[in-house]
Design a protein around this ligand. Structure first.
Ligand SMILES: [Zn+2]
Length: 414
């Protein structure tokens, strides 16, 4: 192994190890919820790692941290940013978010060590509260930054202990006054690239270390209410029953069938049964459908097939059925030109990156609305994520860092 490869490996291991030491949960995994003591420690870790590489750090009004290679100057569309997030879900893995931030810092350090000089401003970003694990709003920092979330609504959101975002930020030493979007900063961005550990088995199955993101799946949540008639489980004849549980059973199977048919995913993970008694035919069942697909139209087809099957089952069982949309995020297409440029960089480095869509949300989705955005995924051998079992091999992580360094050199340094 050459000296520069040794250096890259040592830098990566030291940097990744420093962050992985923060927020280890005694119950297993890593817990760094937004604006907690652990998150605060991770943020100050970021500041010292940036300083050690000669980067200057500032904070935007949405609470995200930016480490600048050349200072935060730069005109419209000139800044090239890479990064991800430092927070985790409860008892999550060591790589989700962390890998993108560490890889960004190590890639910039590697370019500087090789004497490469930026001709455009370069920033490594650590987005605040990506997971939504505490306040229930995922990609909070990036969506407030771009103006997709109302800052006043966000500040008043409370966690399960009744602590609001404003109070939590203040307790973590960040003044919530002025919390809000930063259109000028977003306008200075010319490209954003998020490297992330893959949260599925796509790369493992393809035998490749690094992939390019093609897009982020559209995602929706619907509430299904099935109303029948509560009655005695012993004395009500089968022919006389209006049992909404039969409608639910048909609905769960219909969701699975439609998702299989359309190569999408659908989950019924939450059910409320009334009266929820073991010796009564239920009177009402509410269930939540979480469905995700690569394209908006596919999701429309999935929900239409689900609804048709549910209505048919409701008719057969003499139920009233209502399906209501609770939330929907559109699919995000990553920038094809930027992605093609990344592909050329990676091929020049000897990789053959496949394109992979993702069904998970990312800060890249928030940025993509305003800035040409691309994603890199690093192989996850088991596909486990949001779990202590999440992992990536060192060699693949280093391939990701080298890919990110090549991309930064191409976009900002020549
Ligand atoms: Zn993540």
């Amino acid at each position: 192994m050459s000296g520069s490869e040794d250096r890259l490996r040592d830098e990566f291991e030291a940097c990744f190890g420093g962050l992985a030491a923060i927020g280890q949960d005694p119950a297993g995994g890593w817990t760094r919820l937004a604006w907690t003591e652990e998150d605060r420690a991770a943020r100050s870790w970021f500041e010292s790692e940036a300083a050690a590489r000669g980067l200057t750090v500032d904070q935007d009004p949405a609470g995200n941290l930016w480490a600048w290679w050349t200072g935060p100057a730069g005109g419209s569309g000139e800044v090239v940013a890479v990064g991800s997030h430092l927070d985790t879900v409860r008892r999550g893995g060591a790589y989700d978010g962390a890998l993108g931030v560490v890889s960004g810092l190590v890639a910039v350090g590697e370019l500087a060590a090789r004497g490469v000089e930026p001709r455009q401003p370069v920033a490594v970003v650590a987005f605040a509260d990506e997971e939504g694990g505490r306040f229930g709003l995922p990609t909070l920092g990036s969506r407030v930054l771009t103006g997709a979330l109302d800052p006043d609504d966000v500040l008043g959101r409370a966690d399960q202990d009744g602590v609001t975002v404003a109070e939590a930020m203040a307790a973590a030493g960040v003044d919530p006054a002025g919390f809000g979007p930063d259109p000028a900063r977003v306008g200075r961005l010319g490209a954003f690239v998020e490297l992330h550990v893959e949260q599925g088995r796509g790369l493992a199955d393809l035998g490749q270390p690094v992939a390019l993101g093609t897009g982020i799946w559209t995602h929706g949540r619907w509430r299904l209410t099935l109303t029948g008639e509560a009655n005695h489980a012993g004395t009500t004849r089968l022919a006389d029953r209006r049992d909404p549980m039969l409608g639910l059973a048909a609905a769960v199977l219909a969701a699975r069938a439609a998702a299989t048919e359309l190569e999408a995913v659908a989950t019924v993970g939450r059910v409320v049964v009334e009266p929820n008694s073991s010796n009564a035919v239920p009177g009402r069942v509410s269930a939540w459908l979480d469905a995700r697909a690569e394209r908006d139209q596919t999701l429309d087809w999935l929900v239409a097939a689900f609804e048709a099957a549910v209505m048919e089952a409701a008719g057969r069982n003499r139920l009233e059925a209502a399906l209501a949309l609770e939330s929907r995020s559109p699919g995000v297409e990553l920038d094809p030109d930027l992605t093609a440029r990344l592909a050329a960089c990676l091929r020049a480095g000897g990789l053959e990156p496949p394109g992979l869509p993702t069904a998970a949300g990312h800060d890249a989705a928030s940025l993509a609305a305003a800035v040409p955005t691309a994603m890199l995924f690093v192989r996850n051998p088991t596909g486990a994520s949001h779990s202590p079992a999440e992992t990536a091999d060192l060699a693949d992580c280093l391939a990701g860092v080298r890919a990110l360094a090549a991309v930064l050199e191409d976009l900002a340094c020549r």
